[in-house]
Design a protein around this ligand. Sequence first.
Ligand SMILES: [Ca+2]
Ligand SMILES: [Ca+2]
Ligand SMILES: [Ca+2]
Length: 240
Amino acid sequence: MDSARRFSIRLAMASLLTAGASFSTGAATFVDAQPYLSFADSAFAGVAFDDYFHLEDFEDGLLNTPGVSSASGGFVIGPSAQTDSVDGDDGAIDGSGAGGHSFFSGFPGGTDTFTFDFDAGVLGRLPTHVGIVWTDVGEATPTPGFGSVTFTAFGAGGALGTVVSGTFGDGSTFGATAEDYFFGVIDPLGISRITISMAGFSSDWEVDHLQYGATTVPLPAMFGPCLAGCALLGLRRRRA
Ligand SMILES: [Ca+2]
Ligand SMILES: [Ca+2]
Ligand SMILES: [Ca+2]
């Protein structure tokens, strides 16, 4: 067996083990900082949600999708030079989110941590998938326009895990979108809360596209790595 084929088989097996462990144990899977200009970029865009799915893009000026609340401060802001919506929300993917709506920390006196809570009583069950898009930072310590982002998810048993990004931002308080990133979590046992935070860096920042759904179908986020590995294995076999 040549080394390329051995590698591809190992890749396929590793993918199976990863996906199987995630699903069978209920361990959370995190999606860390994926570039995002519209919902088509969401890690959940291809998931066949068979129970429910909600996307809060704030374009009606409210946080009002079913079964979610936020008591951590912040509010929706509308179009302005310094508004940093997801790019596509204003109808054009053009490098600017200034024509849309976002959820703003409320600087000065803003919050450095957004908390979103999910209500199983309203939704029927807790979401299995939750994501949000970080879109901007303005005033920040030690460098304006830059800072680190921490994303944490919670389930019935407590914290499911945390993702800490590297330095985010483009140094600008205006609505440019190349800096915008999606964070997400998947847990078949349900997600009761997420927090996204710039604590220690800023209370002048924005998020958008809060999205959450519940499904018994784990494709493709859970099995995507497996499919990629298996496809590679099949390709190697055909070439052999
Ligand atoms: Ca735009
Ligand atoms: Ca928006
Ligand atoms: Ca931005």
